[in-house]
Design a protein around this ligand. Sequence first.
Ligand code: 5GP
Ligand code: MN
Ligand code: MN
Length: 324
Amino acid sequence: MMNDLSVVAESIKRCQRPIICGHVMPDGDSLGSVLALGLGLHLLGKQVTMASSDPLPELYSFLPGINEMIVGEVSPEAFDLLIVVDCSVPDRLGSALLPLYESGLTTVVLDHHVNDQPFGDFNYVRSSAAATGEIIMDLLEALGIPLNTDLAINLYTAIVTDTGSFRYENTTSETHRRVARLLEYDIPVARLSNLIFSEQPISQIRLLEAVLSTLEVSENGQLATISLSRQTQESVGANDQQIEGMINYARNIQNVEVAMFFRELDEQRIKISFRSKYYIDVNLFAKKFGGGGHVRASGCTVEGTLSEVKDRVVKEAQGLFRGC
Ligand code: 5GP
Ligand code: MN
Ligand code: MN
């Protein structure tokens, strides 16, 4: 496994018909990275396909190029290179796109999750990057592709979402240096910030009301949990994408170190999001349940009912905290 961006750049230069994919339940980093690289490779004259296993969130419909993305299955024969971004394990490609990887197509992985065994033939993983968008920006430079406004909007969105508007611990001087370069390309920062972080459909506020009514805080005040059943989600008419960010209400509570959000995918599968504030490594904690992610933000999917899984995971979390 080589972790050399110029080796990855060479493998991309050689291809003619790449397909670029991000992860299931795509977020701003996944979409912005796919689109910036896709639009960039198009400028190099490549016949580019950009794809997502899951539907594209309405929220990101402003991203330049998003209408060119394919949602769902594609046939591996049409491509000579699979480029996977912001995705640490093949499963997170989603069931529609996993067959591309399984077909044996040469695979490039570009990622910033903590991962010492990336799954590509060519890998570039930098966990100190706040967003995969930072890595894509460096790759475009290595490929000699000049930035333009469309690329800059996609890269800025990737970085601003994964850093929570430059407020999370992952934000570095390198992040700000890269963003300073992007801002030379006429990015409507205030408008993007409104679209991404502020405006919400009424169904999302109703959903928040329902989710907050499940809030529980542990006796020591350091663990906060919220949950959402399928039935509640359907009753307020909210879609999956409107759930993103809700865990922050639990995380933001004073003295809370770890927040958990339990979401019923179906009767036997619960998706859990973990967040921590200062000292607990939730990547390690998620790994206990077959998941992963970052030190301060991670997730997993666990089999069982909502209450069973919640009891099990909360129990496992006891003892994580200082002074307990
Ligand atoms: P979220 O809670 O927003 O879905 O995910 C937070 C972070 O954890 C993301 O960086 C995501 O990649 C990672 N993550 C979420 N769910 C899973 C999972 O099931 N497996 C792995 N390996 N990582 C996950
Ligand atoms: Mn992501
Ligand atoms: Mn990311």
